[in-house]
Design a protein around this ligand. Structure first.
Ligand code: NAD
Ligand code: UD1
Length: 338
């Protein structure tokens, strides 16, 4: 079975490509390299000994998409392509709306023209806004606080409307919590441009000496140690969740929505301590003010994915930190140190 992976050179996609190939799927990938490089594709090919049919193209380019769908007999699409930096989305919202919304509309139009109606979409726990209680189930009310989050919620709404109009679509909306970690080979991992915005990539840079200290954004939240609590999930577990979602789409489920998280919350301090264990040294930190838009606590109720997909996250926080550390140590400059 042939799967088109959009944003196929990115962080989560590279781990998913590897699991797809290992599970016997054929992978067609498209990326415009706005936040990635060809190197992740090469490394996945090397790790699996299999080829990815790769196209350097933009999902906004309808002609290019049409050409790919004409050449390859695609049966399902995993749609990762998108811009994801919350801060940048507040500064340049139109760039986010154009890329994420217009890109998705173009992709859906071409899928419809070719009668390919199986889709897994990368949504985010950000669509739950500041949840009133935890753990968060799929039934919680949806709200967003920034343009990036709004693109995710608008795409979800678009998919629900599309399904309403044509129930022959099979759509899995996957709401990721906080993906971290790397493949245990240390060959593929997260490679952010510039100074990282997210906690674990930042900690990794401090541990490697590229940045001098961790900035903890607030220690006065209503949490056990005052720092923010999140549901960190190993990227390989997340990738395996996509394999389960693709299997589910083959049962003609209609439109389904799943949280992909572990169900366990860790604080910023917990993550720092676990990373210290992984890298074997103390990491300097300072307490800064809260980051605007941050919430105190969120973590998933992953029961629905367990029951309906037969999927559970299995890798714990130690492994998430150890694997991040291995990737960072082997690739201090990500994919650029060649
Ligand atoms: P990533 O930036 O590593 O991957 C996204 C890929 O899409 C990149 O390779 C980028 O070059 C490509 N891309 C962007 N716009 C494109 C376009 N118009 N045409 C073709 N390619 C394009 O990010 P990631 O962390 O792997 O995230 C993948 C998806 O999961 C994104 O949609 C993101 O919003 C979503 N998500 C990520 C997280 C997270 O914490 N990483 C959490 C929730 C949801
Ligand atoms: C962020 C995004 C979210 C997106 C997710 C995955 C924001 C406000 N939210 O989630 O929309 O879906 O990434 O890409 O950007 N922290 C520090 N110091 C740092 C960085 C983070 O203390 O240098 C803290 C944060 O306050 C938070 C936790 O670490 O409590 C996790 O932060 P981060 O990794 O940025 O993820 P989220 O904010 O949960």
């Amino acid at each position: 079975m042939k799967i088109l992976v959009t944003g196929g050179a990115g962080y989560i996609a590279s781990h998913t490509n590897l699991e797809l190939l290992n599970a016997g799927y054929e992978v067609v990938a498209i990326d415009n390299f706005s936040n990635s490089s060809m190197e992740s594709i090469r490394r996945v090919e090397k790790l699996t000994g299999k080829k990815i049919h790769f196209y350097e193209a933009d999902i906004l380019d309808k002609e290019a998409l049409t050409d790919i769908f004409s050449r390859e007999s695609i049966q399902a699409v995993i749609h990762f392509a998108g811009l994801k930096a919350v801060g940048e989305s507040c500064e340049i919202p139109l760039k986010y709306f154009k890329n994420n919304l217009s890109g998705t509309i173009t992709l859906l139009e071409v899928m419809q023209e070719f009668g390919v109606k199986n889709l897994a979409f990368s949504s985010s726990a950000t669509v739950y806004g500041d949840p009133a209680t935890v753990p968060v189930t799929e039934e919680f009310p949806l709200s967003v606080t920034n343009p990036y989050g709004r693109t995710k919620l608008m795409i979800e709404d678009m998919l629900r409307d599309l399904f309403q109009s044509d129930p022959s679509w099979n759509i899995a909306i996957l709401r990721y919590f906080n993906p971290i970690g790397a493949h245990e080979s240390g060959e593929i991992g997260e490679d952010p441009n510039g100074i990282p915005n997210n906690l674990v990539p930042y900690i990794a840079k401090v541990a490697s000496g590229a940045l001098d200290k961790i900035h903890i954004f607030g220690n006065d939240y209503d949490t056990p140690d005052g720092t923010g609590v999140r549901d960190y999930i190993h990227v390989v577990d997340l990738a395996l969740g996509h394999i389960k979602a693709i299997e589910k789409l083959q049962e003609n489920p209609g439109l389904v929505t799943y949280n992909l998280g572990t169900g366990v919350g860790y604080s910023v301090m917990d993550i720092i301590h676990n990373y210290e264990k992984a890298c074997g040294k103390k990491l300097p930190y300072v307490i800064d003010p809260r980051r605007p838009g941050d919430i105190a606590v969120t973590y998933a109720d992953p029961t629905k994915a367990r029951k309906e997909l037969g999927w559970t996250a299995e890798r714990g926080i130690d492994k998430m930190c150890e694997d991040t550390y291995r990737w960072q140590s082997k690739n201090p400059n990500g994919y650029r140190n060649l």
